[in-house]
Write a protein that binds this ligand. Structure first.
Ligand code: NAD
Length: 459
């Protein structure tokens, strides 16, 4: 029978909050700490603040009982055996990860350690960070045998974060001490022993009732590198298929067929071979830059990653050229925009290629009516509505009287629009799809000129 462990999670953002409620769902008692008092109050009151499936239900179930929210890290440290650091590690001006939030938390934890603690890096951090955390804690006067630092990288995807957390492909625990590895093993036991999946009320996901996701024990440094290398590799895959898509466009081939043919090779696999307007979000851009920076600091050439970034940036410019080619000139054109979030099913707009494109089209003199099911409020804080930019309440309102409709985010609901209605709503029946959500033949049958990525256009 897995045992109940007292856990503190520091940071209540996309990772910290999801981890906190999921640990409670696995049976543990959790204190979730954030230094943003406004967030703490909102979470205590049941407001999740972010759009994530299953989060409202789990928060409602556990808030103020199995998950307590507070800003007092000292109290959380005293009460808990394992302390997960899940604060931001944004990109600094030089490209490497800004670890000042992690350092601040490590020093604050150190001041309250009086019994053995496992300090867990959940944030994505460069290799050697565990050593810096250890040094910071020791410098604050804590004896070496009173704590261990462990790396337990998080692989969840926004939009499916709760299901990903509870149904992981793998759990990586980088620990250089058996005692710390055992604590982490105990925390994840409901998943690795499969007891969670036998529950009738388990959150559904990829693991069935007999599943037991693997837990990989590694050194702390290997675990840190696993996270950066995984994200960098996924970015490579996206830029690779985008470059292939461009080649398909130049040769009238179809990237969808090419991706299926490539993906049937078990060594390649079918996932992450979808071309588009480039990757974005709070992870891939900064993690690729940070990984390249780590290599540079070690005197190693990883310039392959610079090419990946270059292809990613060009993908937005190519999309803009496609719209220009379809509309002849851009100044004064009215565009309907579907999608502002960096991907579907989330309200996160950090490094969103959709927003970059909105800014690029505004700079070209276009006017834009934009719709996103969850990200409009956040976008309006960054790009306030004005004479050239408005936020509307539906996809059809965005299309209304537009010279063209642009699909920039892969929300599931954008793939099932009423095409006949779209045709009559648009001023000109032109759809330029940066996410390949539609079959070009179906668009043609509905009288729409359809331009997508790496596939022959339907005109
Ligand atoms: P986030 O910005 O949504 O949340 C970070 C939280 O930490 C904020 O609520 C902030 O107020 C809080 N915080 C900052 N300093 C603090 C302090 N001193 N004490 C207490 N709280 C503090 O960030 P996120 O998206 O959850 O990402 C967190 C980490 O996880 C990053 O390293 C990121 O790279 C990594 N990660 C993110 C994802 C993702 O999809 N978002 C996936 C895997 C890993």
């Amino acid at each position: 029978m897995p045992k109940n462990i007292q856990i503190a999670v520091v940071g209540s953002g996309y990772v910290g909050l999801v981890a906190a409620v999921c640990f409670a769902e696995m049976g543990h008692d959790v204190i979730c700490v954030d230094n943003d008092e406004r967030k703490v109050k909102a979470l205590q009151g049941g407001d999740t603040l972010i759009h994530e499936n299953y989060l409202p239900e789990l928060l409602q179930r556990y808030r103020n009982t199995k998950v307590r929210f507070m800003s007092d890290l000292a109290e959380a440290t005293r009460e808990c055996e394992a302390i997960f650091i899940a604060v931001g590690t944004p990109q600094s001006e030089t490209g490497d990860a800004d670890l000042s939030y992690v350092e601040a938390v490590a020093c604050e934890i150190a001041r309250s350690i009086t019994s053995y603690k496992v300090i867990v890096e959940k944030s994505t951090v460069p290799v050697y960070t565990n050593e810096w955390i250890r040094r910071a804690i020791e410098r604050n006067g804590v004896a070496r045998d009173l704590f261990d630092v462990v790396s337990n990288p998080e692989f969840l995807r926004e939009g499916t974060a709760v299901a990903d957390f509870l149904h992981p492909d793998r759990i990586v625990v980088g620990a250089d001490s058996e005692r710390a590895a055992a604590v982490l093993g105990g925390i994840y036991a409901p998943l690795t022993e499969g007891t969670y999946y036998q529950r009738a009320d388990a959150i559904p996901g990829s693991c069935g009732p007999t599943a037991k996701p693997p837990l990989l024990n590694t050194s702390t440094k290997s675990a840190e590198i696993i996270k950066h290398a995984s994200n960098a590799f996924l970015a490579v895959k996206i830029s690779f298929i985008n470059a292939v898509a461009n080649l398909c466009e130049a040769t009238d081939a179809n990237v969808e067929q090419v991706a299926i043919g490539m993906g049937m090779d078990a060594r390649i696999g079918p996932k992450f071979l979808r071309p588009g307007i480039g990757y974005g979000g709070s992870c891939f851009p900064k993690d690729v830059a940070a990984f390249r920076s780590v290599a540079e600091q070690l005197g190693l050439d990883f310039s392959m990653l610079s090419e990946v970034e270059k292809i990613n940036e060009n993908q937005k410019k190519r999309f803009l050229s496609k719209v220009r080619t379809a509309l002849w000139t851009l100044r004064g054109k009215k565009l309907g925009v579907l999608g502002l979030a960096f991907k579907g099913e989330t309200d996160d707009i950090r490094e969103s290629p959709a927003i970059d494109l909105v800014e690029m089209f505004l700079a070209e003199g276009c006017s834009i009516k934009a719709f996103d099911p969850a990200a409009m409020e956040r976008t309006a804080e960054r790009l306030p509505a004005g004479p050239k930019l408005s936020y509307v309440e539906s996809a059809y309102a965005a299309a209304d009287d537009a010279d063209a409709l642009l699909i920039l985010t892969d929300w599931a609901e954008f793939a099932t629009l009423d095409l006949k209605r779209l045709n009559t709503t648009l001023r000109y029946p032109i759809v330029i799809d940066g996410r390949n959500l539609y079959d070009p033949h179906v668009m043609l049958e509905n009288g729409l000129t359809y331009i997508s990525v790496g596939r022959p256009s339907a005109i």
